[in-house]
Design a protein around this ligand. Structure first.
Ligand SMILES: Cc1cc2nc3c(=O)[nH]c(=O)nc-3n(C[C@H](O)[C@H](O)[C@H](O)COP(=O)(O)OP(=O)(O)OC[C@H]3O[C@@H](n4cnc5c(N)ncnc54)[C@H](O)[C@@H]3O)c2cc1C
Length: 499
């Protein structure tokens, strides 16, 4: 690929991440203005500095987080590994857990998510080559470029939410959804928009279709996959309002650290060289690429690790709230803690089953079993909002009767020390705990987390539909068993009646 010439040194550290974002800023717009430096902008800097810290973390535990590159020998992120054994596969989820633990799972789009996707595309490169031999080679080259340079990717899959009753080709403007405008010997030009890209403060963007394309003729201009730098001319990211605009860690303990931001992506005649293209005008390969290459399994593997970290966090938080206000004496409180515990064990069981039942796929890579991961991704969007409801039910008015850092340092400090105490916590211990619970359950950050868990992997309704279609054969086996039993009952009754 044309932009792949950077000299590689393997796994990055935080300072390099920040420097690259300063040297090559993505074209990010916030509240009507371009953002010159994402590392210092109040709406973005919290998440950016956490991102940088994650890269430092991988060097704090290099044996866990890194492995030697098969091409350069440099230490590279383990999330790029193409595992050949069960042990190697498990080592990837242990590495992913380090980052998930640091963010309590609250930054779903830490770079290992897309690292796993690109690793899937590269390992399934023969599938992309079926469409065009250049595309398989591009996938492998791009994957190696990412791995050796340890870059961070955002991604965007779905067209803007204008009219969901009709396809992209039938919107009021054919260039509302990102579409191929023209092709030249050197590449293709894309015009239109995609929604949504989380973590726009990334070095590169992966653009793939996720909704099922149907018509070869109409949908072909919308059928493509490519990766380009986020500072490519013509590319623009329009951010939503920040859930945390420069507030202190004390006041917004989660939002001030883990705001990963979401943005609509505009392609204003963006030129994509052929070397960056992985899919082109090919409905069949676009629709099948996610599943066949292993990209979606790899991504879901990361998601379940994130879910575990989130359950652990909520269990710890709920238990501290209960203890602080002496609520453990009530039986329904015990039941609520038990519910979170069961969710945690369920996610751990899915992960364990997926890794234990992993098999070498058609490309020779140890692929986690899909069924437990698919079950997890269908279940968690229902579990997460319920766990947040539990935090609200336990915290009650304590979640809003909550002074800020300025209040505590102000003239009413004596009032605050007296009236905000809890059964087992001084006011100055109780307040930060309840501020954390507030940021996990009712703040703008918390609401966005709930929305994220409901939708980030796709519409839960259509995911459930895909699950049923994908498992129809197994479902029919169980149906056959029940049918035999029903028939037996009927036959017995009629035999007796006639006898
Ligand atoms: C916080 C957050 C972060 C996200 N980050 C990313 C990201 O980084 N990259 C990315 O690519 N995407 C991202 N997404 C988008 C995600 O992929 C979509 O939310 C998801 O695919 C659902 O699409 P939609 O939001 O456009 O909902 P819509 O498709 O517009 O659905 C709206 C409603 O209509 C119903 N509906 C629409 N069409 C149908 C249909 N055909 N059949 C039945 N019901 C239908 C849905 O069930 C839903 O209730 C993110 C989403 C959120 C909320």
């Amino acid at each position: 690929m044309t932009h792949l010439s950077t000299r590689a040194s393997g796994a990055r550290r935080g300072a390099q991440v920040l420097q690259r974002l300063r040297d090559r800023p993505p074209a990010i717009w916030y509240q009507g203005e371009p953002v010159r430096d994402v590392t210092s902008h109040p709406a973005l800097k919290g998440g950016v500095h956490t991102l940088a810290h994650l890269y430092d973390l991988q060097w704090e535990k290099p044996d866990l987080s890194l492995y030697p590159s098969p091409t350069s020998g440099n230490k590279v992120a383990r999330s790029f590994m193409m595992p050949k054994t069960h042990d190697e596969l498990a080592s990837i989820s242990r590495a992913m857990k380090v980052w998930a633990d640091y963010t309590f799972g609250m930054m779903g789009r830490v770079p290992d998510y897309i690292n796993r996707a690109i690793t899937g595309y590269a390992s399934g490169a023969p599938f992309l080559s079926e469409a065009d031999p250049r595309f398989g080679a591009n996938a492998v080259r791009y994957y190696e470029y990412l791995r050796e340079n340890d870059l961070c990717l955002t991604h965007t899959l779905i067209p803007p939410q204008a009219n969901r009753a009709v396809s992209s080709a039938h919107q009021s403007d054919p260039y509302l959804a990102a579409r191929i405008k023209e092709e030249t010997d050197a590449g293709m030009v894309i015009r239109g928009a995609r929604m949504l890209a989380t973590l726009p403060v990334s070095d590169e963007i992966m653009v793939f279709p996720s909704t099922l394309l149907k018509s070869q003729e109409e949908d072909a201009p919308y059928a493509f996959g490519f990766c380009i730098p986020t500072d490519t001319p013509g590319l623009r990211f329009i951010c939503r309002e920040s859930v945390d605009y420069g507030r202190s860690h004390f006041d917004h303990p989660l939002g001030s650290r883990f705001e990963e931001m979401d943005a609509l992506v505009v392609f204003d005649d963006v030129f994509v060289p052929w070397e960056n293209v992985l899919l082109h005008r090919d409905i069949k390969h676009c629709n099948e690429a996610y599943a066949r290459t292993g990209a979606v399994v790899n991504m879901t593997h990361q998601v379940v690790v994130k879910n575990i970290a989130k359950c652990e966090f909520l269990l710890g938080l709920a238990s501290l709230l209960v203890n602080a206000i002496g609520a453990e004496v009530f039986q329904h409180i015990q039941e609520k803690l038990a519910e979170i515990w069961v969710n945690l064990e369920t996610m751990k069981a899915f992960l364990r089953a997926a890794e234990a039942d992993a098999q070498l796929d058609e490309w020779g890579v140890m692929r986690p079993a899909w069924d437990p991961l698919d079950a997890a991704r269908n279940l968690f969007p229902r579990l997460y909002p319920r766990m947040i409801e539990i935090i609200q039910q336990i915290g009650a008015s304590g979640l809003v009767a909550m002074p800020t850092e300025a209040d505590i340092k102000g003239p009413l400090a004596q009032d605050i020390r007296k009236y905000y105490q809890a059964a087992r916590a001084e006011a100055l211990d109780r307040i930060p705990l309840f501020r954390l619970a507030w940021d996990a359950s009712i703040s703008a950050f918390a609401s966005r987390q709930v929305l994220y868990e409901r939708f980030f992997f796709g519409d839960p309704v259509r995911m459930a539909g895909a699950l049923v279609t994908g498992h129809n054969k197994q479902i029919q086996q169980y149906a056959e068993k029940v049918r035999t039993f029903v028939k037996q009952n009927r036959d017995e009754a009629f035999t007796q009646a006639s006898g």
